[in-house]
Design a protein around this ligand. Structure first.
Ligand SMILES: Cc1cc2nc3c(=O)[nH]c(=O)nc-3n(C[C@H](O)[C@H](O)[C@H](O)COP(=O)(O)OP(=O)(O)OC[C@H]3O[C@@H](n4cnc5c(N)ncnc54)[C@H](O)[C@@H]3O)c2cc1C
Length: 246
């Protein structure tokens, strides 16, 4: 089998790259070891630039049920600062909904999608995908933050010193503002959005329980009934990084 472009990874980056490559007229195959809808711990906020980029790819966020927000507010126990995005809108979109929109668009523009298919080996002209060999002219490594392909290409400039921990949970609550709220604590940040979702990320070795994220207003919201179970991830998020050198 041959494709001009082989994309490894069917998350938002891989699907967007695949749609864009099809728009340029290339034949495109995409492989992902998981199957849609692919979920993951994520704050699920799409800022105006992301919304505009998705529109340019033919993905219309207005067409799905999501929450629209107009700015962002940062708060800690003592202070708060907020700003509006201007005329542009941003959206809170469930990760699974965003994934479905991107998959539908990729399918409709003719990306050859292979779900449940893991890349096990590749060289500069072909990749072995669970027993199948796909030849390519270009390989796009969209295989996530820890990208083994990036490492194998020697493009791994990130120096990690400490891990971060992330949690995400959704709560059933009526909107109380049209801003994204980011609540800062001593060891965590807890963005909350009104569509409604919640996640916290912390730096350090021990993740604080989600309901201990700082900020009295936030704690009040976080005691509401949850509508999804807690999902978490240990993130080797870079605390220091240097630019990629070609
Ligand atoms: C806690 C948290 C909150 C966030 N909040 C936001 C937010 O509010 N707004 C925002 O825009 N971004 C947010 N992000 C960032 C956003 O989630 C990521 O940037 C985004 O998921 C990256 O997408 P991706 O397609 O690069 O990778 P991923 O979504 O990780 O996709 C990589 C895919 O590659 C596949 N894969 C890996 N290896 C192989 C292989 N060998 N063969 C086949 N398939 C393979 C995996 O199965 C996976 O589906 C957040 C991230 C975190 C952790």
């Amino acid at each position: 089998m041959h494709s001009d472009v082989l994309v490894v990874g069917g998350g938002p980056a891989g699907l967007a790259a695949a749609i864009a490559a099809r728009a340029k007229g290339f034949s495109v195959s995409l492989v992902d070891s998981r199957k849609p809808p692919i979920d993951k711990p994520c704050g699920e906020g799409l800022l105006p630039e992301a919304a505009a980029s998705l529109r340019a790819l033919g993905v219309d966020l207005e067409s799905c049920a999501n929450y629209r927000f107009t700015g962002i507010r940062f708060s800690d126990s003592a202070s708060s600062a907020s700003a509006r995005f201007g005329r542009a809108s941003a959206y809170g979109v469930r990760r699974t909904v965003l994934h479905r929109l991107l998959v539908d668009r990729a399918q409709s523009v003719g990306v050859d999608l292979h779900w449940g298919a893991r890349l096990v080996h590749h060289d500069s002209v072909a990749a072995d995908i669970d027993g199948q060999r796909i030849f390519f002219r270009w390989l796009i490594a969209a295989d996530g933050m820890n990208s083994p392909i990036r490492k194998s290409a020697g493009l791994n400039p990130i120096a990690r010193t400490r891990g971060r921990f992330a949690f995400r949970r959704h709560f059933s609550v009526a909107p109380w503002t049209d801003l994204v709220e980011v609540h800062w604590g001593s060891a965590s940040t807890a963005p909350s959005r009104n569509f409604p979702a919640w996640r916290a990320a912390s730096r350090g070795r021990v993740p604080p329980p989600p309901n201990q994220a700082r900020g009295p207003r936030f704690q009040k919201r976080a005691s509401l009934p949850a509508v999804t179970s807690l999902s978490s991830a240990t993130l080797p998020v870079p605390l220091t990084a240097s630019p990629v050198r070609a």
